[in-house]
Design a protein around this ligand. Structure first.
Ligand code: AMP
Ligand code: GLY
Length: 424
């Protein structure tokens, strides 16, 4: 089968690596891809938001399956456009991708169907939000309704911070139209877990759990980022937690979307908070997590092409997902200054050290070839170094050892990815 993957980050590198393991994949293409993905797939320079060009290309090349990675094109309806062009696509249509694309939608859905989540109110004007905040309990959480690169969430410890937050989101429009409407939410405490799942419209199959580290600096300090590192499984995601989520969250979400006439096919990523009152949904994503994918897929035993096809065909009930009884840790190597100001274009050295090393991966998040053919840094997050081990501690030791195998100017990483493991 000829498969096209859309995207060009670490998540798509992991998806391409996994697809390349399938004996049924005869040709793999990625648009736009990156310098790391180029090792396993032919990269074609088409932007993920250039739907027309993407559809023309995909039709001309007659792909048997298209897999969409990132949130922005999903929310904007790339699946609908590709399907109209006659292609077979893995990913939610626009009317289902709204599960991630609008926080107000997902909160209303959870409320309507009794899915546990933080209490909230939605506001369309800054005046109404400010009036509400005069009496709201602090800390309080403000969320831009639309997509904001994972950065449209403000945790406000005081009323003054909350007022400032409304200004940032709704008046200064720091995240553009995403902040036209905001959700004001109760502040929850607990451990966060990422749970990814495959969905075929009716059936949902849960993957192994993972935990991300969203803040830029050690000790969960600094700004929110796309994710600085992950580990899988989460030792805090117990069988009891899983049973609760199965009963109250997972299938309930899929059924709710169907009941709303928004059948969801693709990946649902549940961002959960394990609170004292039980697990609650912090957010849904309509795609694989980044860098969760970089620890989940290396542990998955199934041929991912079979699973993608089962989701598209509505036969996921026939699939049993299998994960290795091991652990994985991914440490993101970023360019110093990320997520604010950072430089690009530094030569990356040592990538060859990962060749033929079982249990070690270097997934490229932001890299490209320069004019001289060198692989250079091309983003805030540059590489994701993943290693497996028999348990989390061994995986962490291996991953941190492997971070030393590569180098580039301004290389920055957190040194406490997986620190929570020590508390178990
Ligand atoms: P989200 O994009 O909704 O996942 O939010 C980004 C991050 O903000 C989450 O991973 C949490 O760390 C934090 N967060 C979001 N909602 C809440 C909440 N209601 N209470 C506490 N922290 C939250
Ligand atoms: N790592 C969090 C996300 O993909 O949204």
């Amino acid at each position: 089968m000829k498969v096209l993957v859309i995207g060009g980050g670490g998540r798509e590198h992991a998806i391409c690596w996994k697809l390349a393991q399938s004996p049924r994949v005869t040709e793999l293409v990625c648009a736009p891809g990156n310098a790391g993905i180029a090792e396993t797939a032919r990269c074609v320079d088409i932007g993920v938001m250039d739907f027309e060009k993407m559809a023309d290309f995909a039709k001309k090349e007659a792909f048997d399956l298209v897999v969409v990675g990132p949130d922005d094109p999903l929310a904007a309806g790339i699946v609908d456009v590709l399907e109209e062009a006659g292609l077979r696509v893995f990913g939610p249509r626009k009317n289902a991708a709204i599960l991630e694309g609008s926080k107000a939608f997902s909160k209303d859905l959870m409320k309507k169907y009794g899915i546990p989540t933080a209490a909230y109110e939605t506001f369309d004007t800054p005046e109404a939000a400010l009036a509400y905040l005069e009496t709201a309990k602090v800390p309080v959480v403000l969320k831009a309704d639309g997509l904001a690169l994972g950065k449209g969430v403000l945790i406000c410890n005081t009323r003054e911070e909350a007022r400032e937050g409304v200004k940032t989101l709704m008046l200064d429009k720091q995240f553009g139209r995403a902040g036209d409407r905001i959700v004001v939410e109760e502040f929850l405490t607990g451990r966060e877990v990422s749970v990814l799942s495959f969905v075929d419209g009716k059936t949902i199959k849960i993957m192994t759990s993972a935990q991300d580290h969203k803040r830029a600096k050690d000790g969960d300090e600094g700004l929110n980022t796309g994710g600085m590192g992950t580990f899988s499984p989460s030792p805090f995601y117990t069988p009891e937690t899983h049973a609760f989520c199965r009963e109250h969250i997972y299938q309930a979400t899929v059924d709710a979307m169907r009941a709303e006439g928004r059948e969801f096919k693709g990946i649902i990523f549940f961002g959960l908070m394990l609170t004292a009152e039980g697990p609650k949904v912090l957010e849904y994503n309509a795609r694989f997590g980044d860098p969760e994918t970089q620890v989940v897929l290396p542990r998955m035993k199934n041929d991912i092409l079979d699973v993608f096809e089962a989701c598209v065909d509505g036969t996921l009930d026939k699939v049993e997902l299998e994960f290795a009884d091991n652990a994985a840790v991914c440490v993101v190597l970023a360019s110093d200054g990320y997520p604010e100001h950072y430089e690009k274009g530094f030569v990356i050295e040592g990538l060859e050290n990962f060749k033929d090393k079982d249990g070690y991966w270097v997934f490229h998040a932001g890299s490209k070839f320069d004019a001289a053919g060198n692989i250079v840094t091309n983003g805030g997050r540059v590489l994701g170094v993943t290693a497996t081990g028999k348990d989390l501690k061994e995986a962490r030791k291996n991953a941190y050892a492997a971070t030393e195998w590569v180098d580039f100017a301004n290389k920055y990483m957190r040194h406490d990815i997986g620190k929570a493991i020590d508390e178990v």
